[in-house]
Design a protein around this ligand. Structure first.
Ligand SMILES: Nc1ncnc2c1ncn2[C@@H]1O[C@H](COP(=O)(O)OP(=O)(O)OP(=O)(O)O)[C@@H](O)[C@H]1O
Ligand SMILES: [Mg+2]
Length: 473
């Protein structure tokens, strides 16, 4: 009924939305504090898909737009009616780390948001991409597109990384410095099935050392980008879908493509991992993401991250369990929305839900300045403290000029992925790979101890009267 009324009044709504949107685009941007060049722990993007041909046919119109002059803002206009049935528009704006519009194709999305993940994963980090949104909003379209570009980019970047990391100079260099392994599985409720092995059931488990293991999962070695793409396509074709009113091939399960990057030259380092996750429907995992961001913001109270609540967040434990994680992790969350006026309420829900996940620091917040130097907490170290620690902790064996050639501070030191860290240590004469690995673990031992102490201190401090999330002053 309301839908019909909206479509009948489409001429009015299209004209008025256009006027509102023109005005919104003219508003001057004051002091935009975004910096997309730095790779954050968690970034929240919005992708607004175009209207589909069948939506155009029924006189539908767009209600959600990216701001033309501010790539971090999106506007949504509600087509509604006054008590006397006069059509009116209500507008709202939302902020993101970046907003992709209907004219941005998968290549633009890949190059802007994902490509950094490839580089850091080749150096041993963990990269996670999550696509979220209502049915028919473009999650599978986005993740599928990303996977294709990523497969090509991964193989192209390898040569660059081999050169940048100077791997050829290492004694253990062989013809195949990187082994790329793919697995593809789906999560349906609490059950998981291997999409590259006849949908055999697999099990995600935490071992006694609290590491996550996937029992029964088949991995396939890929020598070329084409091979990687072949497995991705097979995985997709086996995924459970069911036609819905909005989408002929609606996904019923979470699909996870796991790409593992093993460095055969620096064997001691943990493998880099990329998870590409196409979420089914709009199940809520974001509480973990928001809690994770808040937990690293230096708040006074302890933030619980409920990652054990679902199979998916348990699988992504390293991303969420910051106390036991021993490597840098980057998560890219892409909220997908439809601009169709008939999807208005779903789109608004997705915006309301995902925009606050982008937790920004208060203006002027400088993590280093706010924290007093503590020799046991690397996040408080300036460059000079980093140098002191390297010399002392390695008994002079590891030269700071090799490990922190860009005068990295403590936070930057912790962000060096494991392979790169070990490689830099190996530049100091006489240092073996094993010793370099132990040195890496020594640093991460400090980080983990520190996080555990902070949690305990926060838990034992008196609860505050109000449950505010305000930041430390
Ligand atoms: N950015 C886009 N450009 C062009 N077509 C798109 C775009 N996003 C989505 N589509 C098209 O819209 C339709 C629905 O997209 P898709 O299957 O990706 O939705 P979904 O979010 O995965 O839905 P479900 O939750 O039901 O699986 C598809 O036909 C897809 O090709
Ligand atoms: Mg889908």
């Amino acid at each position: 009924m309301l839908e019909e009324k909206i479509l009948v009044n489409s001429d009015f709504f299209i004209k008025t939305i256009q006027e509102y949107n023109d005005r919104a685009n003219k508003v001057k941007i004051i002091n935009s504090v975004h910096n997309d060049e730095t790779l954050k722990d968690i970034s929240i993007y919005l992708r607004i898909r175009p209207l589909m041909p069948n939506e155009n046919e029924i006189n539908s119109f767009e209600t959600c737009f990216p701001n033309k002059n501010n790539p971090y803002k999106a506007h949504i206009y509600e087509p509604t009616f006054r008590f006397d049935d006069k059509p009116i528009i209500k507008s709202q704006s939302f902020d993101f780390d970046y907003v992709f519009g209907p004219n941005d194709d998968n290549k633009v999305v890949y190059e802007h948001s994902i490509h950094n993940i490839v580089e850091i994963s080749l150096a041993g980090a963990l990269g996670v991409v999550l696509c979220y949104g209502q049915t028919g909003s473009g999650k599978t379209f986005t993740i599928n597109g990303i996977e294709e570009y990523l497969a090509l980019d991964l193989f192209n970047k390898m040569d660059k990384v081999i050169n940048d990391m100077n791997l050829k100079s290492l004694e253990t260099f062989n013809e195949r410095p990187f082994e790329i392994k793919i697995s593809f599985f789906e999560i349906l409720g609490n059950q998981c099935y291997d999409l590259l092995n006849n949908k055999e059931e697999i099990f995600i488990m935490e071992d006694k050392f609290r590491n996550i293991a996937i029992k029964g999962l088949q991995e396939y070695d890929c020598i070329t980008a084409d091979e990687l793409l072949k497995y991705i396509n097979i995985g997709f074709s086996h995924r459970r879908t069911k036609p819905t009113q909005k989408n002929d091939t609606s996904s019923r399960s979470h699909a996870i493509c796991q790409i593992r990057i093993h460095n055969t030259v620096i064997n001691q380092a943990n493998d880099g991992i990329i998870y590409l996750v196409d979420l089914a429907g709009s199940e809520r995992h974001a509480e973990c993401i928001q809690a994770r961001t808040l937990a690293t913001m230096g708040l006074k109270q302890h933030i619980h991250i409920p990652f054990r609540n679902s199979v998916l967040t348990k699988l992504l434990k390293e991303t969420f369990d910051i106390e036991s994680c021993t490597r840098p992790c980057t998560t890219i969350f892409i909220a997908n929305v439809s601009p169709n006026c008939l999807d208005y309420s779903h789109t608004l829900n997705t915006l309301r839900y995902s925009s606050p996940l982008k937790v920004t620091q208060k203006k002027g917040y400088d993590p280093l300045k706010k924290k007093e130097y503590n020799p046991k907490d690397p996040s408080t170290w300036e460059y000079k403290h980093v140098v002191e620690w390297i010399e002392k902790a390695s008994n002079g064996a590891i030269k700071p000029e090799f490990l922190v050639p860009n005068k990295e501070n403590g936070i930057q030191l912790c962000n060096i992925p494991e392979m790169e860290f070990i490689r830099r240590c190996l530049l100091s004469k006489g240092v073996t790979e094993k010793r370099a690995k132990l040195f890496y673990l020594k640093l991460w031992g400090l980080i983990v101890d520190c996080r555990t102490k902070q949690r305990k201190a926060k838990l034992s401090s008196k609860p505050k009267p109000k449950n505010t999330l305000s930041q430390d002053e």
